[in-house]
Design a protein around this ligand. Structure first.
Ligand code: SAH
Ligand code: SF4
Length: 355
């Protein structure tokens, strides 16, 4: 069996490990700080530790979770996207976005996705496997190192890359806890956002756990007839049940939820859908994010025009629902979810050369 990834461990786990090696707890803390404050990436770098302990680290843990296989940079230079290859051949994507003072990472929780949303490049490829907490955390560290070299740091993390975070709940929350730890990476939970397709039992669990992480829900349609055609899992958790669970979340936590809505021309960008949405989320502590669809190879839909998006937004606002029309950032590098990994080698070469 291959060695566990060092980033899979919490500080507690690391303390237990140090103990098993006959070392005091402060050694674990030194390792933790080395990993998450100094961003050391190999055991030899941990020079404050005795040599024997550095060797023990190398014997017991893997430090290299994946190799970058390709990086694309948008024409404005503000969005970078990296395709990572894992040792078993699975591939994942991580996106870094620069916007004003924000340095936001969009990270993956699974290689592929089992949910099969028709408009989504990741959904079109199916699920390869869950990522471990360490593989999720390592994506953040990769860009944290990159930013540090430029005197900057990660300010926000969105779990909106490949995969459905609530279909890999435990590993995702473990990654949140590791990144949140005050003695280590210390990124506030409120600076993280988890986006879910709408898995109701996990939304309830998330509510009960009273986590400070922001919640986004990919709604995309306000009735079952339409949502069933875009999001297969809607047959299991229909709109009414989903909205009920989300309403309970906002009431229990007093935290605002974000509804994601990818505007598809003449499909879900109609005034009727806007009015229905406004009526169904009436009185909820909510915000709607409208994003024009990123076209993908396996889906015939087109993006809505800006005018249409603004008209949709106005209907929501008139109905008392705050809403924002987002720009399609990084569109020229296929920064949409799964759009890089779903390309064949040849196509990818083309994209790389032409960007
Ligand atoms: N699985 C989670 C998180 C990853 S997807 C979820 O579905 O919420 C992140 C966001 O990108 C979701 O809101 C998803 O619906 C959206 N998305 C996927 N494919 C898209 C596309 N082609 N154009 C625009 N948004 C897309
Ligand atoms: Fe999975 Fe989200 Fe894509 Fe749906 S939109 S297939 S849940 S990654």
């Amino acid at each position: 069996m291959s060695k566990p990834l060092i980033y899979d461990l919490t500080l507690e786990d690391l303390t237990a490990w140090a103990k098993s090696r006959g070392q005091p707890a402060y050694r674990a803390r030194q390792v933790w700080e080395g990993l998450y404050r100094r961003f050391w990436e190999k055991p030899e770098a941990f020079t404050p530790l005795p040599k024997a302990l550095r060797q023990a680290l190398a014997e017991d843990f893997a430090f290299q979770p994946f190799e970058p296989a390709a990086t694309l940079v948008s024409t404005d230079g503000e969005t970078h996207k990296t395709l990572f290859r894992l040792p078993d051949g699975a591939q994942i994507e991580t996106v870094r976005m620069r916007y004003l003072r924000r340095r936001t990472l969009c990270i993956s929780t699974q290689a592929g996705c089992a949910m099969g949303c028709t408009f989504c490049a990741t959904g079109q490829m199916g699920l390869t496997r869950n990522l471990t907490a360490g593989e999720i955390v390592a994506q953040v560290l990769y860009y944290a190192r990159w930013l540090r070299q430029r005197g900057e740091r990660v300010t926000n993390i969105v779990f909106m890359g490949m995969g459905e975070p609530f279909h890999n709940y435990d590993a995702t929350m473990r990654a949140v806890d590791i990144l949140n730890d005050a003695a280590g990476f210390n990124l506030g939970a409120r600076r993280m956002t988890i986006s879910t397709v709408g898995l109701v039992p996990q939304i309830r669990r998330f509510t009960q756990e009273r986590r400070q992480v922001n919640l986004a829900v990919s709604l995309h349609a306000a009735d079952d007839e339409l949502r069933n055609t875009l999001i297969p899992v809607n047959r299991k958790y229909p709109v009414a049940e989903l909205l009920q669970a989300v309403r309970e979340y906002t009431e229990a936590t007093r935290r605002r939820v974000t509804f994601e809505w990818a505007l598809i021309r003449d499909v879900n960008d109609t005034p009727e859908q806007a009015r229905l949405l406004a009526s169904r989320v009436q009185g909820m502590l909510a915000h709607v994010n409208l994003i024009p669809l990123n076209p993908t190879a396996g889906f015939g839909g087109k993006a809505s025009s800006r005018r249409r998006a603004q008209a949709f937004c106005r209907i929501l606002e008139d109905g008392g629902i705050p809403c924002t029309v987002r720009l399609r950032r990084g569109i020229d590098i296929q920064a949409g979810c799964g759009q890089l990994a779903s390309r064949t080698g040849e196509e990818l070469n083309f994209v790389l050369k032409s960007s």
